[in-house]
Design a binder for this molecule. Structure first.
Ligand code: HAM
Length: 417
């Protein structure tokens, strides 16, 4: 039978076999955030289109080509969120979080939407976990953010990790550099790709991201912002590097790292894994000292990052098998209600229990018990008796159903001895 309906292009179902691995990523990230004093925030999956146009930047690929935008019944222009930072800054301003002790340290987890060409590691609905420290320009916050992502990726044992680190300087310093870069691009205009040529005025830095051969040659000889860093920007970047050195987090300096969103100032970084193909970025971010003000708040420096959950899972390879349950209850027809009662009591005592819900024969239930990976089976008799069977050894003993709590204690004691 062929399925009449399929998931939309670029999306996927998370099937039970994959959910344990995702849960592991969630727990590692949530624990690391909590240990470092970050609190969780959740924002809507859609926002006013204008928020992203302003926040992410009119000249970015995301805003120009990749947004899922629609008008609602009331004619409002809305967009499925392509990233979290603009929404979180909107919430920061809307809820007056600048009045709280600064910085406000937040994290988020959820689905995001970009109309990109699907390929391995690139989807139209994907998932990120995200960290933002809003309200500080201290390099300590940049370093803390980077160290935390490094810690999470290491705890998950993501192979072949690499950290690229750069700085785009402050807005003013970058304006001068941009002029210099524009001049370099114009001098080599005939060698550039069409889309790069069109963006010389609006967004010359994105030329560093081009795959076009001629453009790459021109960019190899281009000046980088990293070479032009001076004054406070250079000091800030030196401090970030020193703090990462102190924490033992290795990085490669990369003046060509410009990131695909417009709000960055100063520090930018990206974690990559060679275990991934073309889409090698696991997560990235940086400082964005102008965004909160751009969205109507007070001048507020901030730093953050987001990591792609599907990319991390891809880099990790085979998903681990799901956790086996503790006990499978096998029951004859007349004892099925009893079996559910017993399962409920044991579950309330913290035991993982499964049972047949589809009227299988005794043989069918024993097979199911085997497949479930349960260490023990409880086999109910027609007469109301119960036998506890250790699946691996085949050892059996009578179970005292009148004292289930006591029996659970005894089995737990045996497991820990
Ligand atoms: P981003 O680099 O656009 O940054 O996305 C972060 C991560 O999301 C990427 O490194 C990648 O792992 C994952 N990702 C992005 N697009 C896709 C896709 N189409 N399919 C699968 N995974 C994808 C941001 O989103 C910024 N908001 C990060 C940030 C937070 N900067 C400051 N604060």
């Amino acid at each position: 039978m062929s399925a009449r309906f399929q998931v939309p292009r670029g999306t996927f179902d998370v099937l039970p076999a994959e959910s344990a691995a995702r849960a592991r990523v969630f727990v590692a990230a949530a624990n690391a955030f909590t240990r470092a004093g970050y609190a969780r925030i959740e924002t809507p999956v859609f926002e006013d289109t204008e928020l992203f146009a302003r926040g992410v930047g009119e000249s970015t690929d995301i805003v120009q080509k990749e947004m899922f935008t629609f008008a609602d019944q009331g004619g409002r222009e809305l967009t499925l969120r392509p990233e979290a930072t603009a929404s979180i800054c909107r919430a920061y301003v809307e809820h007056g979080m600048h009045k709280l002790p600064q910085p406000v340290k937040l994290w988020a987890w959820g689905p995001f939407f970009r109309h990109e060409r699907p390929q391995a590691g690139r989807f139209r609905q994907f998932h990120q976990f995200d960290l933002e420290a809003i309200g500080t320009d201290s390099p300590l916050a940049d370093a803390e953010a980077i160290i935390l992502l490094d810690e999470i990726l290491r705890e998950l044992r993501v192979p072949d990790l690499r950290l690229r680190l750069g700085s785009l300087g402050s807005f003013d310093a970058r304006a001068a550099y941009r002029e210099e870069l524009r001049a370099h691009l114009r001098a080599n205009e005939d060698k550039l790709a069409g889309d790069v040529r069109e963006r010389i005025d609006a967004n010359p830095l994105r030329a560093f991201d081009s795959d076009h051969e001629g453009t790459r040659e021109v960019m190899a000889a281009a000046p980088t912002m990293l070479d032009r860093l001076e004054g406070d920007d250079a000091e800030h970047f030196d401090a970030v590097k020193r703090l990462l050195d102190g924490a033992g987090v290795a990085y490669e300096l990369d003046g060509t790292l410009v990131r695909g969103l417009d709000y960055y100032t100063r520090t930018v970084f990206e974690f990559e894994s060679d275990a991934l193909g073309a889409q090698s970025a696991l997560g990235g971010g940086g400082r964005y000292d102008g965004l909160v003000e751009e969205l109507g708040g007070p001048p507020t420096p901030a730093v953050g990052w987001a990591a792609g959950i599907e990319r991390i899972l891809l880099a990790l390879g085979e998903a681990p098998p799901p956790e086996p349950i503790d006990v499978f209850i096998v029951a004859p027809d007349g004892q099925r209600e009893r079996a559910l009662e017993l399962a409920t009591t044991a579950r309330r005592a913290g035991v993982c229990v499964d049972l047949d819900l589809a009227d299988r024969s005794h043989k069918g239930q024993m097979k199911q018990a085997d497949r479930s990976g349960a260490q023990r089976a409880v086999i109910l008799g027609e007469d109301g008796s119960a036998t506890l069977r250790h699946m691996e050894t085949g050892e059996q003993r009578e179970l005292d159903l009148a004292d289930i709590e006591g029996e659970i204690e005894r089995e737990r004691a045996e497991d820990s001895s």
